[in-house]
Ligand binder design. Structure first.
Ligand SMILES: [Zn+2]
Length: 272
């Protein structure tokens, strides 16, 4: 599943082809993604792109004729073609710009989302985005904020980090990596996390997400950046996917457990 760094890499990959350009053609097929495509998407034809932003794992394209919201779901990725190409069976949505660049959403499992929002109806105020927590790479994500949110929480710190109402976009891979980096046992209850540990978590989150963005995300499953290049951050993963292999710090075998139906990887010696 594309996580925040992959979505950010995708966003950066479509800024140049889209920003200040006009959308000349909008295409969608008759298959549904998470929801069916709305005919309203055609309102974006001849619209000029004003901004290409990201909120959590949503890409928000602001135009002078409304907004285009894209979520990549489980398997979605955007391809940028220098000129319009023949679409393949899993290419469900495409826009072409006035300079003839084509941006295509390929989504094999069709859990993605493409939605139109009118000018008076910004997606940030919609039910999808309104209750989202802070952005991990923004100034709002501070140790004090995290400490306050974890304070009375009984669930595990691993599950709290993956809770979008606290902080957005820390998925399963990065939650394991952040907790390894901060030597915190993923099963600890959130309210036992000290302010000092919150400082470490915030610092580590920013470091790991930024490193991953720089390397183009992870290659787990079938993520590709908007330019079609695979991400290289997977080589930096220290615990995720390393079950039974020696910990890079102490040599103890990496363990795995299931928390909230997701697999957590950790070092039983380094993490306390
Ligand atoms: Zn270790």
């Amino acid at each position: 599943m594309p996580e925040l760094p992959e979505v950010e890499v995708t966003r950066r990959g479509i800024i140049d082809p889209l920003l200040a350009h006009k959308i000349s053609k909008v295409y969608f097929d008759d298959k549904s993604l998470r929801k069916p495509f709305s005919q309203d998407l055609k309102k974006l034809e001849n619209a000029k792109v004003l901004k290409v932003e990201r909120r959590a794992k949503y890409i928000i394209i602001t135009t002078d004729k409304g907004y285009l919201l894209i979520h990549l779901g489980m398997t979605g990725h955007l391809k940028v073609n220098a000129k319009p190409c023949q679409l393949s069976i899993h290419d469900h949505f495409a826009i072409t710009t006035d300079s003839n660049v084509q941006i295509v959403l390929n989504d094999v499992r069709r859990f993605g989302l493409v939605e139109y929002f009118g000018e008076d109806n910004p997606p940030c105020e919609s039910s999808l985005l309104k209750s989202l927590g802070v952005e991990p790479l923004s100034e709002d994500f501070t140790a004090e904020y995290l400490f306050k949110r974890l304070n009375r929480l009984k669930k595990s710190i691993k599950q709290a980090l993956m809770d979008n109402s606290i902080v957005v976009g820390i998925g399963n891979i990065y939650a394991s990596e952040i907790l390894f980096d901060t030597s915190i046992l993923p099963t600890r209850s959130s309210h036992s996390i000290t302010l000092q540990e919150c400082h470490a978590i915030v610092k580590s989150t920013v470091k790991i997400l930024n490193e991953s963005i720089k390397k183009g995300g992870t290659t787990i499953r079938d993520f590709e950046g908007a330019d079609g290049k695979l991400g290289y951050f997977v080589q930096n993963l220290k615990v995720y996917g390393h079950y039974n292999e020696p910990c890079q710090t102490c040599g103890t075998k990496i363990e795995k457990i299931v928390q909230g139906q997701r697999t957590t990887y950790y070092c039983p010696h380094c993490q306390k």
